[in-house]
Design a protein around this ligand. Structure first.
Ligand code: SF4
Ligand code: SF4
Length: 312
């Protein structure tokens, strides 16, 4: 067989491959505030239960990095005009980390700041974002709440958890470097709804209802969990996909089967007693016993999860 042709851009290919090699395992330990404003609760639950590994191309990972690198410049721009910006928590010397009372929901604020020309005496949660020209135009036309509801919900959650009543959203058009600013007021009612939604997702033992039963619905077409939700994909075996795992207080997890606390490493490994949460299997549960569950699958066949029957 003739050898495969070499890629025509080996250096770029190697750079992308290096990003891909460093992208982690694709599972997030906590329920992130950056996801909570999503329109489909089921999709957020799938992320929380590690139904699908987040996997991105090197090009996309580099794009995310562009957004991260821009944060230092936003901070420098604000400091240049006299705003006091704290981009790390002085108590820890690290990124600001916020969690709700369960310890499972939260995120990392970009910064907090005081001394903005419009409101010099008020502390603000700072959120920095870079946008494509199209996204920036929508932002400038409609504002954050309408054009970027995920960012708006993220800031409401941060304001609530940090006890700060204002947020400052500073965004940049990646094509032109034009800046957009918006001050966001804390909306207590909306924040409580967001916290309640997070609580509901964390406590739910099975996936919430679909936003649409039609896989061609536009949100489903772009959903990273579409194959697990509408298709035949089954999550990997780990504690988050196991019916024995339960979120506990202070961000911990416990296993009802093994009667033990589950550290983050153990959750990734799972164990031989793993049983899938039945709603993750694309079939109808027909029987169950100690350490096994059997299903009638869509193709009419039977499938048994867990300990197999002893052969005669
Ligand atoms: S595929 Fe559609 S219904 Fe299913 S989780 Fe994603 S957005 Fe929700
Ligand atoms: S039975 Fe095993 S896989 Fe399931 S939650 Fe317990 S330790 Fe994890």
């Amino acid at each position: 067989m003739a050898p495969l042709p070499q890629p025509s851009t080996p250096t770029v290919t190697a750079i992308y491959a290096a990003y891909e090699a460093g992208q982690g395992d694709g599972y997030r330990d906590h329920l992130g505030a950056s996801l909570i404003g999503g329109s489909c609760e089921r999709a957020t639950w799938y992320s929380w239960r590690w139904a699908t590994r987040a996997r991105h191309t090197g090009r996309l990972l580099r794009l995310f990095d562009t957004g991260n690198l821009a944060e230092a410049r936003f901070v420098a721009d604000l400091r240049r005009i006299g705003v006091t910006v704290m981009d790390v928590d002085p108590a820890t010397g690290r990124q600001w980390t916020l969690r709700d009372s369960s310890g499972h929901f939260g995120g990392s604020m970009d910064a907090v700041g005081i001394g903005f020309p419009e409101a010099p005496k008020a502390w603000h949660v700072c959120e920095f974002k870079t946008h494509s020209a199209k996204s920036f135009a929508a932002l400038a036309k409609d504002g954050v709440e309408k054009s970027k509801p995920l960012h708006w919900a993220q800031m409401q959650a941060y304001m609530h958890l940090a006890g700060i009543e204002r947020a400052f959203y500073l965004a940049c058009n990646k094509d032109t470097d034009e800046l957009y600013q918006e001050r966001i007021r804390y909306d207590a009612e909306a924040a409580l709804r967001i916290l309640a939604k997070a609580e509901r997702i964390i406590a739910s033992p099975s996936p919430p209802a679909r936003i649409s039963a039609d896989p061609s619905w536009f949100e489903c077409r772009f959903c990273p969990h579409a194959e697990a939700c509408h298709g035949d994909a089954v999550p990997e075996r780990h504690c988050r996909s196991c019916l024995h795992a339960t979120p506990a207080a202070d961000g911990a997890w416990t296993c009802e089967r093994q009667r033990m606390a589950l550290g983050i490493r153990e959750q990734r490994q799972g164990c031989a007693a793993h049983l899938f949460i039945p709603a993750l299997i694309h079939g109808e549960q027909i029987d169950a016993g100690e350490d096994w569950v059997s299903y009638r699958m869509r193709d009419g066949g039977e499938w048994r999860d867990g300990v197999q029957e002893a052969s005669a």
